[in-house]
Design a protein around this ligand. Sequence first.
Ligand SMILES: *Cc1c(COP(=O)(O)O)cnc(C)c1O
Length: 459
Amino acid sequence: MTYQNYSLKQLQQIDAAHHLHPFTDHKDLREAGARVITHANGPFIYDSEGTELLDGMAGLWCVNIGYGRDELAEAAYAQMKELPYYNSFFKCSTPTPVLLSKKLAEIAPRNVNQVFYGSSGSEANDTALRLVRHYWVLEGKPEKNRVISRKMAYHGSTIAGTSLGGMDAMHKQLNGAVPNIVHVMMPYAYELALPGESDHDFGLRAAKSVEDAILEAGADKVAAFIGEPVMGAGGVKIPPASYWPEVQRICRKYDVLLMLDEVITGYGRTGEWFAAQTFGIEADTITTAKALTSGYQPLSALLVGDRIASTLVEKGGEFNHGYTYSGHPVACAVALKNLEIIEREGLVDRVRNDTGPYFARALQERIAGHDLVGEVRSIGLMGAIEIVRDKATKERFLPSGSAAVAVRDHAIANGMMLRATGDTMILSPPLIWTRDTIDMACERIGKALDLAQADLRKR
Ligand SMILES: *Cc1c(COP(=O)(O)O)cnc(C)c1O
């Protein structure tokens, strides 16, 4: 592959002519031309023009061990030479998914000991939905097939993922979702807490919306509740500490399964291997992908709790579901090496004890005071910055989202890659960030806020 023989302009033209991008307004893209990222190292990415950017999003929430890890390339190379592919159907297996499953069972919460593989978070959520509905059929309760989710949830972009998710813009284009999925309020205190309501009380009220939905449908009709422990794409919405234990209590009370989507929070992001451990809850399924391989290979692992697994084994017969690439040997080899590196370098502990708390303090002390900032929040190494016109009233700039885009554009122009979703800036850096990297990020974000503020004043 000799892309170096092409100019940026040529690559952009070919891209526009032939490549439909995810979540993209294609007319816009054609006019602007794509930014072409050509290489990366450690916490930095580089575009075709040689511009260096500090990657505040770890690719797309996934490159937890940073870029340029030869060991992962070597693990993939060795596995490809030995056995590039074989399937796991028909009572066959290959060594790397076997060993990866053992490793995942070791680091997962105690009640979780089985793994089902796919190639993406969306696929894993499809599997989770099928498995949960199948579970209730096996238990003789086929009418228990509804799933409760939340507004603004993101569970991927297949038809099941979109249906489980709570993104209006996606549902509109779906024009007919998977039936029997309902969406309740999200635990987003910044916008949804009532005047004077404590975080604790708000968390309980948000959890109560789950109970209300169960009662409305009838508990004998509800299969499961699904949620991201911390809503990611919806704007890094961190629930109050009261929320998850209460949701757990409600699910148990009505015999409703708990499905956690840890595609972002899995593998260290919140300072534990899984956010289920951070929030002290037990789930029946845990969807993981992204950082499982640090994005070096496409791979998802649906972690399946003992309750579902034992029914599947004992009453199951054949579960008529699976993917050609379930347990792909190369992807699993890369995942094993990735987890080994996370362990060897103590990245999970580092997030919990050092960089996570430092990141929280840095955002509070250096970003929260800015005129444009209504709130900062973080957990482990994921964070959000709310952009407002008025700190006291939380009034936003119009049109909605425009101010955050201005901040993002200035950030990128100043060497900092971060994302804007609605009026919220989001950060989810590689877990290799040090205190120095956090300082660098805050400096660049502060500058972007200043420049955006100057622009907004002119409008
Ligand atoms: C990214 C994401 C998904 C979808 O994963 P894909 O690999 O893009 O299919 C699902 N759930 C959550 C929480 C995600 O962040």
